[in-house]
Write a protein that binds this ligand. Structure first.
Ligand SMILES: [Zn+2]
Length: 101
């Protein structure tokens, strides 16, 4: 395997509530290094069942409208009843200007 930063697909953008989000991948591997979900306010998780985009803030509880995607900060639980690979991971795009070099 060679180090390769170019496997990021810049075309994978999602518009949600007027904001743009960048697709990082599916499952916990897309959230960063280390094993398991890395929860962060900078990350968003999309339910494969209803398309709800959930913020990854570890301090907040949340459930998507179809109840397949859940986040329980009290118990440190996060996941989807469809399985972790059904969760698409996004991060918010920076406002215009930050993207240009
Ligand atoms: Zn859902």
């Amino acid at each position: 395997m060679t180090a390769n930063d170019s496997n990021f697909d810049q075309g994978s953008l999602l518009e949600y509530n007027g904001e743009m989000y960048k697709y990082l991948g599916n499952g916990w591997r897309a959230t960063g290094e280390g094993y398991g979900w890395r929860m962060s306010k900078d990350l968003y998780f999309r339910c494969a069942g209803c398309g709800y985009l959930m913020n990854g803030n570890p301090q907040e509880n949340d459930n998507c409208p179809c109840n397949k995607l859940y986040k329980d900060s009290d118990w440190g639980r996060f996941g989807s009843t469809l399985g972790g690979d059904a969760i698409a991971v996004y991060e918010k795009c920076q406002p215009e200007g930050a993207l240009s070099k």
